[in-house]
Ligand binder design. Structure first.
Ligand code: GTP
Ligand code: MG
Length: 387
């Protein structure tokens, strides 16, 4: 890459992600928040890399110039043109937010960069976010890009360019100027089309319809605002925190899975008095909840540490024991009731199998919830640290 320096978020996080995950495993959200506060300057000084992808001629380089307030022929501007122009990955710093680096990528689906080899040539993992730039009709390349980016769990924004010339074409067709309402309608039609085409991928609030030659118009100001302030940095931080906590949660899950057979065996051979077998399994469920800090006390504490709002906390509690979980648990208890202990060994086996399944299902559901809760907590921490 030709331009751009400083530590990238990826470099910073890959260095510290292991230690962050470690801190989180040992000291929970509080430990993670402290570690991040200690590293706050490093966070603030990292570059956020946003790559512009899309088919050749969609307007990626022109958009970068527009954001940087440059004409196509200004010195230092990204080369643009009607023939395939960008053939090298080139980074450009955002003028008002120099920590934000816009990376101009070659167009996808050309002879030089066919879709099949694009992924090998350009590793999307290198970037914190991507912007898919699209023009005119929604193309198959756009869907392909969106799916590839989603596959590696990166976030993307979707920018539809050349809207000004769409309006002009429409006026030419109707042989008169369009009213403001009609312009809004044309824009909505384009938006609907993109949303229908991207129905499998969620980018509703990250969709911008612009014309790079009319910077004050359409969604350009909104997009500019988003890139200028700390929204992207905050989002990058949230994604990193989520990755850190999810990694730790999944490691813990593996350890807990390793004890399932032992607990299921204990339950299977427990005397069927006062529901002792069921109690063993339920105890293990409580153990899972404390292990993932989902018990009431931990939840309250973590919410306070990560500074999340009261209504979000209420939401976390509301989900504490979902109806579905309760029903599933009851159906297991009913099954246990059906197995009598007086019969020979095969009933122990039956009880063991049932117990094992109960624990695995419970663990899966607790882990799912832990990930969800940590997503909320991560946004709270990021909000606090990027203020
Ligand atoms: N009217 C209008 N023309 C645009 C807009 N964006 C780009 N163009 C024109 O579209 C052509 C291609 O633009 P580029 O910015 O070079 O496209 P690119 O996506 O970088 O293309 P490659 O580098 O080949 O992948 C140029 O002639 C631009 O002037 C826009 O928003 N409105
Ligand atoms: Mg280009």
């Amino acid at each position: 890459m030709a331009q751009g320096s400083g530590t990238s978020l990826k470099e910073l996080t890959s260095k510290s992600i292991v230690s962050f995950a470690d801190t989180y495993t040992r000291n929970g959200i509080k430990g993670l928040t402290d570690a991040i506060t200690d590293n706050l300057d490093a966070w603030r000084n990292t570059d956020i890399n946003i790559a512009l992808a899309g088919k050749a001629g969609a307007g990626k380089s022109t958009f970068i110039n527009a954001i940087r307030g440059l004409d196509g022929d200004s010195p230092g501007a990204a080369p643009t043109g009607t023939i395939e122009t960008t053939t090298e990955i080139t980074p450009y710093k955002h003028p008002l937010n120099p920590k934000l680096v816009l990376i101009d990528l070659p167009g996808v689906g050309t002879n030089l960069f066919p879709k099949e080899t694009y992924k090998q040539e350009i590793d999307f993992q290198m970037f914190d976010f991507l912007i898919i730039v699209s023009e005119k009709r929604f193309s198959e390349n756009d869907i392909w890009l969106a799916k590839e980016i989603e596959k590696i769990k990166k976030k993307f924004y979707f920018v539809r360019t050349k809207f000004g010339s769409d309006l002009k074409n429409e006026e030419r067709k109707r042989n008169r100027n369009l009213t403001s309402e009609e312009k809004i309608l044309v824009k909505q039609t384009i938006r609907d089309d993109i949303e229908v085409n991207l129905k499998t991928v969620n980018c509703k609030k990250n969709l911008f319809i612009i014309d790079s030659f009319e910077r004050g118009q359409f969604d350009f100001p909104g997009l500019e605002e988003m890139l200028k302030n700390d929204t992207v940095k905050r989002e990058a931080m949230i994604l990193t925190l989520q990755a850190v906590t999810e990694q730790a949660i999944n490691e813990k899950k593996t350890v807990l899975e390793g004890r399932i057979w032992k607990i299921a065996t204990r339950a299977a051979f427990a005397p069927r008095v006062n529901d002792a077998d069921i109690a063993i399994l339920k105890n293990e469920k409580e153990f899972y909840l404390t292990q993932f800090s989902l018990d009431e006390e931990s939840l309250r504490h973590d919410a306070q540490v990560s500074n999340i709002e009261d209504d979000q906390l209420a939401e976390l509690f509301k989900n504490k024991n979902t109806e579905e979980d309760k029903k599933r648990e009851q159906s297991y208890v009913d099954e246990f009731e059906k197995i009598f202990p007086f019969l020979p060994i095969r009933n122990h086996i039956k009880t063991y199998r049932l117990g094992k399944q109960f624990l695995q299902d419970t663990l899966n559901s607790v882990v799912e919830r832990a990930i969800e809760v940590n997503r909320t907590l991560a946004s709270g921490i990021a909000e606090k640290c990027t203020d």
